[in-house]
Design a binder for this molecule. Structure first.
Ligand code: G6P
Length: 593
């Protein structure tokens, strides 16, 4: 979603902000802006459109001592120049960038309006700036004005704020991430570490309800009692953070091809030397649970379905996977001792954060499986496991999905105390590599055949059905072809009515138990004219199958065959000439409900 970058005392500050905004653009945005402050002047440039467009609006010589930049994903108000950040306060003394959503915006605006304050934009952000400016008039102290404002603002915010004439960059945070990067003679802020990692590996993560400021050489942070808080310096694994195409044309392709290295890093992290390395207390808690509840969205929800099947079939623990946004309206916690697992690549998905707030009203244990240390869900859940995928830039999630599934399986292996699971996961690596080396051409040929269709179907049963769901989502996300995943047995209950001459139907057959039923499904759709593409494993294959993959234990199918689905979505989007990494209307991290 929105992204914040800021700096103070940095040479070539403007370049840092522009490249930082580009680094954050994977989060998705529709407008961008920058404020430059030096001495007593503040210049703001902003508009709807890209960071490149913004850069073209800024005079070449423009620079500042304190600079804040923002990429906006519209929530309150249309994506246009007026609503873009930064926003001035009503008296032009403060300028602000903000990520998040103010929940009591109506109340705040009414309060300020009664004081005669007018608004030029439709945003909640402008009201925050004006509230701080209003409080400053009484307090004559920016930190006190910020604290008083924070007492009145309900909702999520990560904020960078400049006060005219001051060489300070103020920060405040609640339920939206904000990180400070400490440099040598300069300091930085950003929504995540990625724009800063080239310049420092010393980070400070703000906690909720903390505020303060950075100057060029130091930082000060305070709690809601106005007491200074001491903070720990954090360093990050630069390789996992850096956004680098590494010679690839698109992040999506790079990320698909990273899957084997991600999985071996994951195994090394959680099960090195044939021994599981999970927190013993976590394993004990899972063993003691009578029901595992998964909460997730999108691709992560699909991973939860596979994970749920692992818990049920390998451990005999019943599970329920819920779509977070649905569950929140009808919260159910089945079982007497449920254990709740959140899955989120970003750790910032608003639908899930909402669920966490609900879950926290009970006393049940929570685990987050995420790719983002320090994210809201990472900090909010009792236990946290990182999927070790490294930053995922492409909006369509690929390596994070494979890593989520592999991690869930490792977790089950640890509870079961079964080392053969580690061996099976490691066995997937050469097969994924084989898909990359030997199958890309044929997958591309399939993409050529489906790319001009308006609609298609994926079908499968069991693990292959879960895989179909993910394959279908991936394809629709980036190729804009209507795609639906159907459980093989459900075809006859409705969807088969849609099959006509030439309808593409992509079938996964990787499980002995369901293979025969799937072959019958193929006959059903073929006889109605479907153009069938079968992806099967060798022992279950027929001569006519489109893509045949080496054999492996069928329960790891989602880790392996997902690569085929990812390549197919990738090539289809590419052949249609779409922006693979940044599909229309979608954002990497959806921080609004
Ligand atoms: C967005 C992304 C999806 C992702 C979903 C859940 O919609 O576009 O690719 O699967 O959010 O994200 P999360 O970060 O919670 O896994």
């Amino acid at each position: 979603m929105c992204g914040i970058v800021g700096c103070i005392g940095k040479n070539h500050g403007r370049e840092y902000i522009i490249s930082g905004l580009k680094t954050l653009d994977y989060r998705g945005y529709d407008s961008a802006g920058i404020a430059f402050s030096k001495n007593n002047s503040i210049e703001v440039y902003k508009d709807a459109g890209s960071v490149e467009h913004l850069d073209s609006l800024i005079p070449e010589k423009e620079d500042g001592k304190v600079i804040i930049g923002h990429t906006r994903w519209a929530t309150h108000g249309k994506p246009n120049k007026t609503n873009s950040h930064p926003h001035f306060s009503y008296d032009q003394e403060f300028v602000i960038v903000h990520n998040g959503i103010v929940e009591n915006i109506g109340e705040l605006k009414e309060f300020l309006s009664k004081k005669g304050i007018k608004f030029v934009s439709d945003t909640d952000t402008e009201a925050i700036a004006s509230l701080i400016a209003f409080e400053y008039k009484n307090e004559k102290d920016v930190l006190k004005a910020i604290r008083k404002s924070m007492e009145q603002i309900h909702g999520s915010y990560a904020i960078g704020l400049i006060h005219r004439g001051e060489d300070r960059l103020y920060v405040m945070k609640n339920a939206s991430p904000l990180i400070i990067g400490l440099g040598d003679g300069f300091n930085l802020i950003a929504s995540d570490a990625s724009p800063m990692i080239e310049f420092t590996n010393k980070f400070i993560e703000l906690e909720d309800k903390e505020y303060g400021f950075i100057d060029a050489t130091d930082f000060s942070l305070f709690d809601m009692h106005g007491r200074a808080v001491s903070k720990e310096l954090i360093s990050k694994n630069a390789d996992l953070i850096r956004h680098d195409l590494n010679g690839y044309e698109h992040f999506m392709l790079k990320e698909i091809e990273e899957i084997p290295s991600v999985i071996s890093r994951l195994v090394n992290h959680y099960a090195s030397d044939g021994e599981y390395k999970f927190d013993k207390e976590l394993i004990k808690k899972i063993k003691g649970a009578d029901h595992i509840i998964f909460l997730a969205c999108g691709t992560s929800y699909h991973a939860s379905l596979v994970g749920g099947r692992y818990f049920e079939s390998l451990l005999g623990i019943p599970t329920t996977s819920y779509i977070a946004s649905e569950w929140a309206f009808h919260p159910m916690l089945p079982g007497k001792k449920p254990f709740i697992i959140f899955i989120s690549q970003s750790g910032e998905t608003a639908d899930l954060i909402h669920c966490l707030k609900i879950v926290k009203k009970s006393n049940h244990d929570t685990l987050i499986i995420t790719n983002t240390n320090g994210s809201t869900l990472d900090r909010g859940c009792k236990y946290s496991l990182n999927v070790q995928a490294g930053v995922e830039v492409s909006v369509a999630s690929t390596k994070a999905y494979s890593a989520q599934v592999a991690l869930l399986l490792l977790l089950v292996g640890a509870v079961k105390e079964d080392p053969s699971i580690v061996k099976d996961i490691m066995g997937s690596l050469p097969i994924i590599d084989f898909i990359k080396k030997d199958k890309k051409q044929i997958i591309k040929a399939v993409a050529t055949q489906i790319k001009d269709h308006k609609s298609l179907f994926y079908i499968g049963r069991g693990y292959d059905y879960f895989l179909s769901m993910e394959a279908s989502l991936k394809l629709k996300e980036i190729s804009y072809i209507h795609s639906e995943a159907i459980a093989g047995g459900e075809l006859k209950h409705g969807p088969i009515a849609l099959i006509e001459q030439g309808t593409p139907v992509i079938v996964f057959i990787t499980d002995k138990v369901t293979a025969a039923s799937m072959r019958s499904n193929i006959e059903e759709v073929k006889s109605r004219g479907a153009n069938v593409f079968v992806i099967s494993t060798k022992e279950l294959s027929k001569n006519t199958d489109t893509i045949v993959i080496k054999d492996y234990p069928s329960y790891i199918s989602s880790i392996i065959v997902s690569s085929v689905a990812f390549y197919l979505a990738y090539f289809t989007s590419l052949l249609k000439g779409y922006n693979v990494d940044k599909p229309r209307n979608l954002a990497k991290s959806v921080t609004v409900e």
